[in-house]
Design a binder for this molecule. Structure first.
Ligand SMILES: NC(=O)c1ccc[n+]([C@@H]2O[C@H](COP(=O)([O-])OP(=O)(O)OC[C@H]3O[C@@H](n4cnc5c(N)ncnc54)[C@H](OP(=O)(O)O)[C@@H]3O)[C@@H](O)[C@H]2O)c1
Length: 257
């Protein structure tokens, strides 16, 4: 079997951790990211994985992590931008942005952009959600207070939109880039804390991330959004196909990073 280098962010818990375990069991070389040294060490030992630590709410740390990865690897076959946040006691970063936008949208954009030279023939799988709301530019810029859910839903449409935009920009010279809703209410810490429910079988999410990472049939869907609640590629929320708005969002993200 062709063993792939697969980098997973937020691989210390939830869907990321279980996907790392699954892909390792299939014989792939797993590279994990986390923010907690203790959790990272434990998972790295279990999976015999190289690990990188960064708090994704701090873009400087994201840049430093990308630099270390660029120094260490010549090729990454799959990048799964899985880390994400919904509820938090600290909704603002030191720079005044909403932490959902920074962790769920800006950090994966910056990481992907920096790692593009390693990802040439690879894949980028971006975790979106069924929760998607129109991006308010002022909210993206940290100038508007939002509820946890509104911030999360905007950040998830924004990552879906930059995925499509970047896929178009890199074309056949770059990786396949796919945004995915792994299915709603999977039983992770995010869902238990956010919705007060034990949630559904997490393997529903693990299986789609595994398929998107490895199966040939997805290669023709770069730029698209896979909705695992309905088990098919589907249009995102209406704004998600607005090329002009996507361009504006990417310009704002570029300004911030
Ligand atoms: N569960 C669902 O039903 C569902 C549905 C749609 C989309 N999603 C998406 O799926 C992805 C995984 O979510 P999950 O449900 O598995 O949630 P989870 O169990 O809370 O895991 C989230 C992961 O992200 C990491 N993370 C959070 N904030 C971070 C930060 N500032 N810096 C670095 N890492 C950070 C966490 O690190 P720690 O281990 O240190 O906490 C953890 O490893 C997320 O993008 C989420 O939005 C989930």
């Amino acid at each position: 079997m062709n063993s792939k280098n697969i980098l997973i962010t937020g691989a210390t818990d939830g869907i990321g951790l279980e996907t790392a375990r699954k892909l390792k069991s299939l014989g792939h070389n797993i590279i994990i990211h986390g923010r907690s040294a203790e959790k990272l060490e434990k998972v790295a030992a279990e999976l015999n994985a190289k690990s990188f630590k960064a708090d994704l709410s701090k873009l400087l740390e994201v840049g430093e992590m990308a630099k270390s990865i660029l120094e260490e690897y010549e090729q990454i076959d799959v990048l799964i931008n899985n880390a994400g946040v919904l509820k938090t006691s600290h909704p603002r970063t030191e720079d005044g942005y909403d932490v959902r936008y920074v962790v769920n949208t800006f950090a994966p954009y910056l990481l992907t952009k920096k790692l593009l030279p390693l990802l040439k023939n690879g894949r980028v799988i971006n975790l979106s959600s069924a929760a998607q709301a129109s991006v308010d530019f002022n909210a993206l810029l940290g100038k508007v207070e939002m509820s946890d859910f509104e911030a999360y839903a905007q950040s998830k449409l924004a990552i879906t939109m930059w995925s499509r935009y970047m896929a178009d920009q890199v074309g056949s010279d770059g990786p396949v880039i796919i945004a995915v809703n792994p299915a709603s209410l999977l039983g992770t810490k995010m869902v238990k804390e956010g919705f007060n429910t034990p949630g559904n079988d997490i393997n529903i999410g693990v299986n789609i991330l595994t398929s998107l990472s490895l199966e040939a049939k997805h290669a023709e869907h770069s730029g698209e959004y896979y909705d695992n609640d309905n088990k098919r590629y589907a249009p995102p929320q209406a704004d998600g196909l607005d090329d002009e708005k996507a361009k504006q969002i990417v310009e704002l993200i570029e300004g911030i990073i």
